[in-house]
Design a protein around this ligand. Structure first.
Ligand SMILES: Nc1ncnc2c1ncn2[C@@H]1O[C@H](COP(=O)(O)OP(=O)(O)OP(=O)(O)O)[C@@H](O)[C@H]1O
Length: 709
């Protein structure tokens, strides 16, 4: 990172302490703050509860830091923002001869991972914490300092030209990831690029949350955010991480790679230690899956991708969104709509991974939320009567099966070593309270009996392997075979993707401000091109360019094939986005009735159904509401006539206007029948989409022919 403002005391401490202090005072003022309308230019980001159990805040230090501002930078400060194009040119990671005034100078102190390096000192100036002007002076763009002051507090941006970009190594839903070399240290790094169209404040705040959380964490099994690259004139930002050769999903699916029991223990142990740290700092990861578990060449595992993470704890008064965690790893309580969950959500995902590592493939690859819950009940049994009564989960009345499902984990995984099975049994407890903690898992027989967990460095060294490599290899194989990738995709279970609605909260807010009242349920999206007979065994990414949404807002793809966050852009969406969105409207409306989502065309019917759903932490510009789980917050108030029609209409009824997506079956619904109907709906939706595609194609060909092309 560009700056360690209080070097000598430990960069990370300084950063944390600054943040802690700032957030503490924020908490003290919480009541009055809540009442106050926050402005778009607020430099504070509400990241949730601060006073969390076990949170270690280190020493109390002055909330003032020393900014290191070179004189030439001061002279260079221009108040005229440059255009985005210019910004693009600036954020060009190719090696340049001119060296940044802020770039790091190699010194003997800078080799340790996570040590933040001081920039060249030419003048020291002391500024108060969070002072926006100073942040801009230090090189941060105004749009970032304006809305995400806390995220960048005490840091100075690195310059793009102090990195040599090598290759693209990951295409996430929300970002592109590049391998690069830090020219100052000669170390390999991963640069996660997030670009904002129009510097939309809401999108920036969401990214700020990821940064704030990452800066609070400091553990060998958690990816360390080493710094940020941007500039005063930049419209994008890179998060700098240590480069990791593999991810667990990619490695596990490498042909010929078979993990030994001691090796699985080694990975699981590291995962649990990393999670233990997150939980002790009050952070829920909320997207634990193989592709987010990164491994270096020595098999050291680090938990990555904190884009969906949030704070939790007794002080966290605001309900959390239930639309997080990649579907296959999502616990039943979230599928049932829980909004006050805790660490046990991450433990469920951990249980799925443990079983998957032994099993060789994902254990519950559901295609939709309904199917996912059914898979869970079939394997783990349905919850007890007592639980249904006690939990009062929003979707309980819909999903509670008439006859309880029996648990068959032991039967299904009888080939597992008994200590592994015992741990799987605990982690995959259908009732969250009995899943234990990371500490209890680490003390379980699985780790305390032979074979003990291998030392990471003793494990085989693998060829660099990532999920993206697996994808590329599969695509190459498909090309060679000459088969349609779509056909093949439908048969493969190779990649899990984030929760379809993972960032619905932001989208809602963005749309609201855009006046796009045709809210879309994205809980269960289907690719129009998929094969009806075998719908792809994974939910589509809500954030991919495919459907035009990202975690940080809506996405588009720029000329370089990179995802761009489109936040408050007022320009009409590109044609393909419009087309896909309207497909989603029709398709998902039919498929997501049980997901407590909203699918409606007529925004005038929107109402805040439950003011208790003040979600994930973020206040919008005028402070009137928080932008949390819009899918739960923005319930449609159905017109009487529509409601009556809906309540009697069949599940598959063709309807262009969908006004309601709440429970449509009576309490005590028959899950099996529902599933059959649900399956039929999937087929209908896909067939319809295919037909639309064919019609579109036919029309295009006809028009091309008519034009003589
Ligand atoms: N530090 C790193 N070193 C090497 N590769 C990385 C690193 N961080 C991320 N990647 C690669 O980039 C991919 C995407 O990164 P990340 O998960 O952080 O982004 P995302 O947009 O949140 O993705 P997703 O949609 O999978 O959640 C990862 O699956 C991984 O393969």
């Amino acid at each position: 990172m560009g700056c360690n403002c209080s070097k000598g005391t430990g960069a990370n401490d300084t950063v944390d302490n600054n943040n802690v202090k700032e957030t503490r005072s924020k908490r003290n003022n919480k009541t009055s703050k809540k009442k106050k309308k926050s402005s778009a230019s607020s430099s504070k980001v509400n990241v949730g509860s601060e006073e969390r159990p076990g949170f270690v805040d280190g020493n109390n230090k002055e909330a003032t830091f020393k900014f290191l501002i070179p004189l030439d930078a001061m002279n260079n400060i221009s108040s005229t923002p440059k255009s985005c194009d210019e910004t693009d040119k600036k954020v060009n990671l190719e090696r340049k001869s001119s060296r940044s005034i802020f770039q790091r100078r190699p010194t003997s102190e800078m080799t340790t991972l996570g040590t933040l390096q001081q920039p060249k000192i030419t003048r020291i100036s002391s500024v108060s914490n969070g002072e926006r002007g100073a942040q801009v002076m230090a090189g941060w763009p105004t749009w970032l300092a304006a809305v995400a002051g806390e995220a960048i507090n005490g840091w100075i941006p690195r310059k793009a030209d102090s990195f040599e970009k090598l290759e693209k190594i990951g295409q996430g839903t929300y970002s592109s990831v590049y391998k690069a070399r830090d020219l100052e240290t000669n170390q390999l790094v991963a640069l996660k690029k997030v670009r904002f169209a129009n510097m939309d404040p809401e999108s920036v705040r969401f990214m700020a949350r990821e940064i704030i959380i990452l800066r609070r964490l400091d553990h060998p099994n958690v990816m360390k955010l080493e710094g940020l690259i941007t500039s005063r004139v930049s419209g994008s930002m890179y998060l700098i991480f240590e480069y990791m050769e593999h991810d667990l999903a990619g490695l596990a699916s490498t042909p010929g790679v078979k993990f030994s029991e001691a090796q699985i223990k080694c990975y699981m142990k590291q995962l649990l230690h990393g999670l233990e740290h997150c939980h002790s700092r009050g952070v829920l990861h909320r997207d634990i899956k193989g592709s987010n578990l990164l491994l270096d060449h020595n098999n050291n595992l680090k938990i990555g991708d904190f884009g969906l993470a949030n704070f939790y704890g007794a002080q966290q008064k605001q309900p959390l969104t239930s639309r997080v965690v990649t579907l296959w790893y999502r616990p039943p309580e979230l599928l049932l709509g829980s909004t006050d969950y805790e660490v046990t959500v991450d433990l469920w995902s951990t249980g799925c991974i443990l079983a998957e590592l032994f099993n060789g493939k994902p254990i519950m690859p559901g295609r939709t939320e309904v199917e996912q819950l059914h898979k869970i009940f079939k394997l783990c049994g349905s919850p007890s009567e007592e639980y249904w009564k006690r939990s009062k989960l929003p979707h309980a009345t819909i999903f509670k099966p008439q006859h309880p499902y029996k648990r068959c984990v032991a039967d299904t995984f009888k080939s597992l070593p008994s200590s592994a099975l015992a741990l799987v049994e605990v982690l995959l407890a259908v009732e969250p309270d009995t899943r234990g903690t990371t500490a209890s898992a680490l003390q379980s027989e699985f780790f305390t009996t032979k074979p003990f967990a291998s030392d990471p460095s003793s494990l085989p060294k693998y060829q660099p392997r990532k999920e993206i490599d697996v994808k590329l290899r599969e695509e190459e194989a498909k090309r060679k075979k000459g088969t349609s990738s779509k056909q093949n995709e439908s048969k493969q279970v190779s990649k899990a993707v984030p929760a379809p609605d993972a960032n619905a909260e932001l989208l809602a807010s963005v749309q609201k401000r855009q006046g796009q009242n045709n809210q879309i349920s994205m809980s269960e999206n289907f690719n129009p091109g998929e094969d009806a007979a075998s719908v792809r065994v994974e939910p589509l990414k809500s954030g991919t360019a495919q459907n035009g949404y990202t975690r940080y807002g809506m996405s588009s793809v720029n000329r370089n094939g990179e995802s761009v966050m489109i936040g408050s852009s007022r320009s009409p969406p590109r044609r393909e986005l419009r087309t896909q969105r309207s497909f989603v409207q029709r398709g998902s409306a039919q498929l997501s009735r049980f997901s407590n989502s909203v699918a409606a065309r007529d925004g005038s019917h929107f109402a805040i159904a439950n003011p208790r759903w003040l979600e994930d932490s973020y206040h919008n510009n005028n402070g009137r509401h928080n932008d949390g789980d819009w899918s739960q917050r923005l319930m449609v108030r159905p017109r009487e006539s529509t409601k009556a029609k809906e309540s009697t209409s069949s599940y598959g009824e063709k309807t262009e206007r969908v006004n309601y997506s709440g429970p449509l079956v009576s309490a005590g619904g028959k899950l099996d029948e529902m599933l059959k109907e649900h399956e039929r709906q999937i087929q209908v939706a896909v067939r319809k989409a295919k037909k639309t595609n064919r019609d579109d194609k036919g029309q295009t060909q006809a028009s091309l022919a008519a034009n003589g092309r």
